[in-house]
Design a protein. Structure first.
Length: 189
């Protein structure tokens, strides 16, 4: 059985790991979004798909709902209008980015404020009980799914103007050698 210090260490590692993963996801999305014109942020690839602006609005709305009063109120707030999140209503990039940032800010502030005692609690999402670690993982998976969409759509819309936001295609060997040095990574023969 774990002692209190070990449990605290695990809780701290869980929160720090989640913060790191959420920050990475937001950073990748931000780098993709920065490569597009305002017009392209609102361009859907198909009439039955969402534009990046709509995905951003949905992610922010979800984060605001899930992470406002995270420990004390259901993650699906009565004030949330999820259906409206899928309607492109932002007139400017500034307005869209402000809303996007507000959702992430609530998430980061809430996560950073969690204590080991909080991590051992249960929360509700749409009336369904979740352990705090499960709620964190659920939110991370949701964000990761939509960040992937944002990056893919941005990559398609940017075309030849795209700047890779992670390791460039064909660049793994150079990256690994730079990070780990000669001999660590051997490309296939």
């Amino acid at each position: 059985m774990r002692n209190a210090a070990e449990s605290n260490d695990v809780a701290k590692a869980l929160v720090e790991g989640a913060l790191s993963a959420f920050r990475a996801n937001k950073g990748w999305a931000d780098k993709a979004i920065a490569q597009l014109s305002d017009e392209k942020l609102h361009q859907a690839l198909d009439p039955n798909t969402n534009s990046i602006a709509v995905i951003m609005k949905h992610v922010a709305g979800n984060l605001l709902s899930r992470w406002t009063d995270f420990l004390t109120a259901d993650g699906e707030k009565p004030w949330r209008d999820r259906d409206d999140e899928f309607v492109d209503t932002f007139a400017s990039r500034e307005e869209l980015l402000a809303y996007w940032e507000s959702g992430w800010r609530v998430l980061f502030d809430s996560l950073a404020g969690l204590t080991p005692v909080d991590v051992a609690q249960s929360v509700a999402i749409r009336g369904e009980p979740h352990s705090v670690p499960l709620a964190i993982q659920r939110s991370l998976a949701h964000c990761g799914y939509h960040v992937g969409q944002i990056i893919l759509i941005a990559r398609i819309l940017a075309g030849d103007e795209w700047s890779t936001i992670t390791i460039p295609r064909g660049g793994s060997s150079n990256f690994n050698q730079r990070v780990w040095g000669q001999g660590h990574y051997k490309p296939p023969a």
